[in-house]
Design a protein around this ligand. Structure first.
Ligand SMILES: O=C(O)c1ccccc1NCC(=O)[C@H](O)[C@H](O)COP(=O)(O)O
Length: 213
């Protein structure tokens, strides 16, 4: 089966159109005011309503409160929540129960010991996003266009579906799949011409390169 691709950080109707044409499986919207990809709830609603059936709509939040999640989930039609902050396993379970949506927990990897956190989240999340750890002092906890050493997870098996993220591009995605065995890929910076500016041709190239791998 062709790998499933998530394009994260869509903020314009043209981005959604490009994702819809590309064959990507997931469309991600970032709710993080410091991000160049941040969307308001009203923007996200408009964009989510454009997403065709069969493409899962994912809201990415960082240490969100119930009030923030209440507002997002009440107004934006969603298929999944992506938790990209320091949410504990207990908070992941709480969010999953409160909103009745599948939850994907992002975990940053830079060294072997970072993988030790995964089992506790496997038990409570629907999916795990194995991402590059943001450098100390980085303004963003993700979406930095940095990859990690893929050999750290070569041959790893988890009990829940998982996605590989971090510094993926149309040029390196085939190698990333070969090294890690990932069958789901998440990309943001690698399909942009500048922070927050998604390029339709790069989205198309990325999905095609993943599918050909
Ligand atoms: O994209 C952002 O601006 C962002 C802000 C806050 C938390 C996470 C964020 N992005 C996460 C992602 O887009 C992806 O899940 C992943 O980290 C891959 O990003 P990239 O390395 O840019 O492909």
């Amino acid at each position: 089966m062709a790998p499933r691709v998530k394009i994260c950080g869509l903020s314009k109707p043209a981005h959604v159109e490009a994702v819809s044409r590309s064959g990507a499986a997931y469309a991600g919207f970032v709710f993080f005011p410091k991000s160049p990809r941040n969307v308001t709830i009203a923007q996200a609603r408009e964009l989510a309503l454009m997403v065709p059936l069969g493409v899962a709509k994912v809201a990415l939040v960082v240490n969100a409160t119930d009030a923030e999640l209440d507002a997002i989930t009440a107004q934006v039609p969603l298929d999944m929540l992506q938790l990209h902050g320091k949410e504990t396993p207990e908070r992941v379970a709480e969010i999953r129960a409160r909103y009745g949506l599948p939850v994907m927990k992002a975990l940053g990897v830079a060294e072997p010991s970072d993988l030790e956190a995964i089992p506790a989240y496997e038990a409570v999340a629907d999916q795990i996003l194995v991402d590059a750890k943001a450098p100390k002092g980085a303004a963003l906890p993700g979406g930095n266009g940095l990859s990690f050493d893929w050999t750290l997870i070569a041959g790893r098996k988890w009990s829940k579906p998982w996605m590989l993220a971090g510094g993926l591009t149309p040029e390196n995605v085939a190698l990333a799949i070969a090294r890690t065995g990932a069958n789901q890929l998440d990309v943001s910076s690698g399909v942009e011409s500048a922070p927050g500016v998604k390029e339709a041709s790069l989205i198309k190239d990325f999905v095609a390169a993943a599918g050909a791998a």
